[in-house]
Design a protein around this ligand. Sequence first.
Ligand SMILES: *Cc1c(COP(=O)(O)O)cnc(C)c1O
Length: 402
Amino acid sequence: MISPVLPTYTRAPLSFKKGQGPWLETEAGELYLDMGAGIGTCSLGHAHPKLVAVLEEQARRLWHTSNLYEIPKQACLAEKLVEHSFADTVFFTNSGTEAMELAIKMARKHFSSNGQPERVEIITFEGAFHGRSSAGIAASGGAKMVDGFGPLLPGFKQVPFNDIEAAKAAIGPQTAAILLEPIQGEGGIRAFGDASLKALRALCDKHGLLLILDEIQCGMGRTGKLFAHEWAGITPDIMTIAKGIGGGFPLGACLATEAAASDMVAGTHGSTYGGNPLACAVGCAVMNEITSEGFLIDVSRLAGHLRQGLEGLVADHPEVFEFVRGEGLMLALGCKMPVPDVVNAGYDERVMVVPASDNVVRLLPPLNMSTEDMDEALWRLERAAVALERKADCGNDKGLQA
Ligand SMILES: *Cc1c(COP(=O)(O)O)cnc(C)c1O
């Protein structure tokens, strides 16, 4: 019999009653270190006092009015995002997927309104994840995501991951945009690298295409800059964010230059909840923290510490781990053992990591973790690795005896 909750997730048998910073407490009072942070959303950890305070205050005043009226907190958050990015304008959503939907619509509208309605095609890369809507899965193209859900939204052309020549070859008279995550998240923490981002920007400029960056996972300070593309010294025309911006409260946004967005006039797009007072109160507080003096420097320092620890883990446990990759606090451990076994060994040591494709586990810890908590997480991962090695050795012994 089907469960009351649609069983589209394989859930760990864990449930938590409260959180504090990077720590989560189960019903039974066990403490887990959360190195996944709700898949990179709880960027400031759990129950951050400033976020709790603004949410409580806003909850007592006003929850929701709709976008038929001015929402001062929304305008304030938009101004902050514009001030700290390439963007001239922002539309708020409740999720990353919805932000992606607008990015795709905006790209098509741009060309349609500028006398090139045939330009509808968007080039994407294998391993991409852009959400679970019909457009999102068409853009992502992964078999598990798309099988049985056709007909898919047409207009996406997939090329191999980070294959700039293939992207170039895929450009035709119908191409509108190139869409990518500067660092693929679900795809296994795979970075395009600065040279590729520069090359793709140049390609878009040469052919008059829009560059759309999905920074839903890699943005909002995770790499040590506010947005991952800043490392490459380029800017996109359109960018989506979500996850980290809400600190765990559902909030996403589509940011764009005036040139890319200018045809999205009144009536062309909307959202009932998008950018409501509760979400934007929290979003403003998150933005204030992440853009505060020294915050991103601390992220980079902590990231260096984590990376060094993980490199040590790989060196000490070559039977379990193969490599570390990623940027900032968006890192992956390549696994020589099945990823679910590694994730479960983590649970046994009460440290949570997140599975991803390409045989890796992801670490997306809160950006403001203390070094002591980070060391504790590394120590727990070390113990998990030792346990996995022991299990593997036992298995081998049994194999020899048989
Ligand atoms: C999580 C994610 C999405 C989808 O965001 P939702 O909030 O789940 O709709 C899209 N793109 C990337 C890169 C993501 O990590």
